[in-house]
Design a protein. Sequence first.
Length: 191
Amino acid sequence: MNSPEMSGLSAHVLDEIKELPAKYPQPRSAVMPALDLAQEELGHLTPEAMSEVAAALELDPGYVEGVATFYSLFHLAPIGKHRFYVCTNLSCALRGADEIVDHVKKEIGVGSSDQVSSDGLFSYEEVECLGACEYAPMMRLDHRYYYDLTTEKVDALVAERRSSSPLTPTLSPEGERGKKPRAPRKKKADG
């Protein structure tokens, strides 16, 4: 039996993982969702958790570890309860992503992406692309996307997560898009 120190997965999560292969044409396709379930429960992926995922899916542990180490969405070390994934790719960089990253670091009290805030609530990561270039700068936080970022929006997101009040719905993707519709794109002149 796994002790809490070993960061073992609960029986409930292991049962969910064992049901995943039936949903995919190839059993290996279940690895990413299985790792996601494990990470959701533990906060990060431990060697023990990856071994348990491999056993539950009847796959080679090396394959499971390879998937976990390849994708940046999986974390092998503890991260904050709330992790800012700030896009710093070209579109976001041109519209102020570096300033947003600097502001996030200042607000949560960390100096680099391998650190967790002293209260354990926050960490951040610079990511390549989140697929919403037209809303740059943008980020993902708590499984939601936030667009047209400003330092004020970052301040509000941090403050909401530090308080016990519910999150402001106007900062959701639907709220952002609903509040400020974009002008139609201009067509290139035929030449």
